[in-house]
Design a protein around this ligand. Sequence first.
Ligand code: IPE
Ligand code: IPE
Ligand code: MG
Length: 211
Amino acid sequence: MKQSTSFHVAIVMDGNGRWARRRGLPRSAGHRAGAEAVRRVVKVAPGCGITDLTLYAFSSDNWSRPAAEVTTLMRLFARHLRTETAELAAQGVKLSVVGRRDRLPRSLVSAIAAAEGGTAQGTRLTLRIAVDYSGREAIRAGALLPDVDLLIRTGGEQRLSDFLLWECAYAELWFTERMWPDFGASNLAAAIHEFHSRDRRFGGLPTQEAV
Ligand code: IPE
Ligand code: IPE
Ligand code: MG
């Protein structure tokens, strides 16, 4: 069995738009509420034993959304990075953004560089935010991340949507109907609790028979 002290959780943060629509709000309000959920989850992650947290924020296929929504998201990412850098550094978080940068607005590219520079000393948690990310392209470019232990997807869909295809080879999958803006510490704890109850065999035999 694979022994490791790292614990890599990856999250497909889905459901912002539906969360907003149900409240009669614009989709942008859902994305803003989603950013708050990111803050909550990052804060409790190290206490849950997570050493690596990778969050899917914008897929390469999300460029097909209306321009106004894309612009809102890009601005939200840049603002969030700028306002959160000091707090992330104080929490011992090392932030890195994965995915293509050549199609991002220049202001976002510089916000990313500043946030990565400002959190480079973090050792408690490696936080990766996937922006303009495609799992297939990452494989083609050899831009591979550590293996994922637990993959969480909110929003009710049960698919990967081109996220961490290679890295999820033996990930435990956990899906919830809960929309991302409603996701919090107790939901993360529930997912991790279930993860620890699963028998990860990696092609071998169940733990009690593997003597
Ligand atoms: C996830 O929420 C955020 C992004 C993909 C940027 P969605 O925007 O996909 O929300 P739904 O799935 O439409 O509810
Ligand atoms: C996946 O969500 C991408 C992110 C959460 C960033 P989507 O909403 O884009 O996925 P599909 O379209 O339902 O597969
Ligand atoms: Mg969606």
